[in-house]
Design a binder for this molecule. Sequence first.
Ligand code: SAM
Length: 397
Amino acid sequence: MNTESSSVPAWTLLQWQELGQPRQAWWRNESATALPRKVQTADDRMPADQAYRLICEGTALAWRGDFHNARQLVLALGRRLDRKSRGKQAAPVASPVGFPQAFHLHRQAQAQRARVLSGVLIEFDAQWCCALRRAPDWRQACEEAWGALPGGEHGVLIPLRELLGAVGAHEWRKKGVEIPALGAKARIHAHYGVFSPVRGEYLDLLARAPLPAAGKDQAWEAWDIGTGTGVISALLAKRGVQKIVATDMSERALACARDNLQRLGFERRAQLVHTDLFPEGRSGLIVCNPPWLPGKTASLLDQAIYDEDSRMLRGFLQGLAGHLLPGGEGWLILSDLAEHLGLRSRESLLAWIAEAGLQVLGREDIRPRHGKVQDSGDALHAARAAEVTSLWRLGMR
Ligand SMILES: C[S@@+](CC[C@H](N)C(=O)[O-])C[C@H]1O[C@@H](n2cnc3c(N)ncnc32)[C@H](O)[C@@H]1O
């Protein structure tokens, strides 16, 4: 078992001065924000322009005012960022030649936005209670997202923006996402920090691809590499696969997959393994839906979207032949958005497949149905509008 990349960052103690006294609280770098260089307190009297300037200079603001006013302040910071970027923003880029640059600028702007909006910090005690006026009781959402604090008398400082993300994730976790391919009213509940199958069209591909014969004479075993919420394992179980081995590098994902497989009654058919890509042995069917875009991961939440240096995609392809039973198939689910953005070429994908001793047995395509495809104001619109998601059926050459 390889647990080298733990999914949850360590807590560190952040120190600052307040009313002449030294203060400390736990801090954890969950998103794109780095440990603040300086912390100072702020309350309802601080004008948004001053807050914006301080945060841009590297000072985070530990909020001491009314909770709702902190939310207003974050909105006001967002408006300042919008105004600034409106002046600079280039027109949407239509040509694929312009895309890598447009994409990198888009990510830079997102990172800058995250940094500024994360500059307003909310303090909680060790039981996740917040003493601010009109602070809601968000204990459950915080515990789900961040678990127990390391202990001691210290509380924790959380950027309000991340807090709102955790509360949104908590609501989504309760509600779940309907997955028609799993049957009427079947839902998948994504935990905080786990890739949610909200864009579920690739599951339609998985529901209809013909299951390979290899392995059918043995107890049918399929693998789900990078299981996330466990949705692919559940779908394979629904299709009659009796045993599934599901892997992930993220402990959060494995806990989430366990939860979903239990809810759906498939827990006895699935084994969850914390490992890098493949478990030991061979299988007749190995499915993988790696993050679709090559790119640096600035945060843990990025890890389900961005695949740095295409490490997971290439690792899956390179290891596949060594883990397939004779006649077995590898199913790679991959969107071609990276190709439309100029981040990866079709030729390089085909070359990686060939270099791994694999051949393409078939390919099924589907167009995304999500709202962004229709958003012509999006700088990446032309690429998103052309996107196709494919299920590549791969076999040994
Ligand atoms: C795009 S998500 C797909 C999740 C799920 N299979 C689905 O289709 O909804 C990719 C998943 O792969 C996991 N992952 C990334 N690198 C991995 C690796 N080297 N080995 C195993 N899992 C990995 C991530 O934690 C994430 O859960």
